[in-house]
Write a protein that binds this ligand. Structure first.
Ligand code: M6R
Length: 364
């Protein structure tokens, strides 16, 4: 049921603080001091590579997770979209843990990629919302994201719950590999428990976003920029906007701007910059200044201090709560989703049932 909301997508965006709370309980100890629950028994003995495969938004969750696994567990990671992976015939062996991420658990390409890994990879793990699904049934280990039913074609709460589960898994892997000390794990777990509140605060910027959508809705092209963990979020922001507002959008790693896309910039192209104050903040800000120097209109998404440092010359700033940068992709997903949602509402498109799209892509 949509309740007070106009669309399922709006409801599902607003569901996030609550579903993240449920999901967290399944991946932490009752004492809330460590990662536990569904990933506690997972064995990383002999794992020397993680392979993450999915489609669409679920793939962008994998893309974020690559940074987490590399940083926290120091394990080599490979990611690919399922439709490419399945036909590449990549070499896979017993040292590989292959992880398939899917909201529906029925995506044809993701399932075929899983089948390819069967009998080759050491372990097959499914990160799914639908636990009674083909992908779940074919896996050795099933990690439910517990997002509840998602009806809107644009994936929202499934994305943030996928991220939460993948982060828990990366932390668990970090412990297993001796790469993550208990104090660091405890700090990360307390950051995770901040998520519901931070998410609610991020969602509370909705009225401002609805106003912002008025200028975004007139654009023909929109660029999303990020670095590090926020690069895949830029890709996700662009996908979300395209699929429901039909505005052409692209996500870029901001360091790539001067290798081509900066040629697109003029005053008609809004540029949305996801800039939590992480180790790459200053580099991102200098890329943003290059955009503004060429007339680009920037919507800067950052926290209060980031706004003080970098707002000069931007068209608008959206202030997010201050947070541990590790969880920024989860919290900053909320403005990414709301920007797409309100821009689509302004344009009058069918938000929950965008043209040409199906909720579950069960054919190749
Ligand atoms: O059910 P799945 O998670 O396997 O679906 C994967 C994609 O089809 C899906 O995420 C799609 O990209 C969404 N419509 C994006 O909002």
């Amino acid at each position: 049921e949509k309740g007070e909301h106009r669309h399922f997508m709006a409801k599902e965006i607003h569901d996030q603080p609550e579903v993240l709370t449920y999901a967290l309980q399944s991946y932490t100890t009752p004492e809330r001091d460590r990662i536990g629950g569904f990933v506690e028994e997972l064995d990383f003995e002999g794992v020397n590579r993680i392979i993450l495969v999915a489609c669409g938004t679920a793939f962008y969750a994998c893309h974020v997770a690559r940074y987490w696994f590399e940083q926290m567990a120091r394990i080599p990671v490979e990611i690919d979209v399922a439709s490419e992976f399945r036909y590449r015939e990549p070499p896979i062996d017993g040292g590989d843990m292959a992880i398939f991420v899917s909201q529906s658990g029925e995506t044809a390409d993701t399932f075929a990629a899983l089948e390819y890994c069967k009998g080759r990879a050491g372990k097959i793990v499914a990160v799914v919302n639908a636990t009674e699904s083909s992908i779940a049934r074919a896996s050795d280990v099933v990690l439910p994201i517990r997002a509840g039913v998602e009806i809107g074609v644009a994936s929202t709460k499934a994305f943030t719950c996928q991220l939460m589960v993948l982060l828990a898994l990366a932390i668990r892997a970090g412990r297993a590999r001796g790469a993550l000390m208990p104090e660091r794990e405890a700090r990360l777990v307390s950051a995770l428990f901040e998520l519901p509140r931070l998410m609610a605060e991020a969602i509370a910027t909705e009225d401002q976003i609805a106003e912002t959508a008025k200028w975004l809705a007139n654009a023909r092209d929109i660029l999303f920029l990020g670095r590090g963990l926020m690069y895949p979020l830029a890709l996700e922001g662009a996908l979300k906007l395209k699929e429901i507002s039909y505005i052409h959008a692209e996500g870029y790693a901001s360091g790539e701007l001067k290798h081509g896309p900066i040629a697109l910039i003029d005053e008609t192209v809004p540029v949305i910059v996801f800039a939590p104050r992480d180790a790459l903040f200053e580099k991102l800000v200098s890329n943003m200044q290059e955009v503004m120097a060429r007339g680009g209109r920037v919507l800067l998404v950052t926290d209060a201090e980031g706004a003080i440092i970098a707002q000069e010359g931007t068209a608008e700033v959206l202030v997010m709560p201050t947070l541990d940068p590790v969880i920024a992709p989860i919290v900053y997903a909320a403005p990414a989703q709301l920007i797409a949602y309100h821009t689509a509402v302004m344009k009058g498109t069918d938000v929950d049932q965008p043209r040409n799209l199906a909720k579950s892509v069960t054919v190749e």
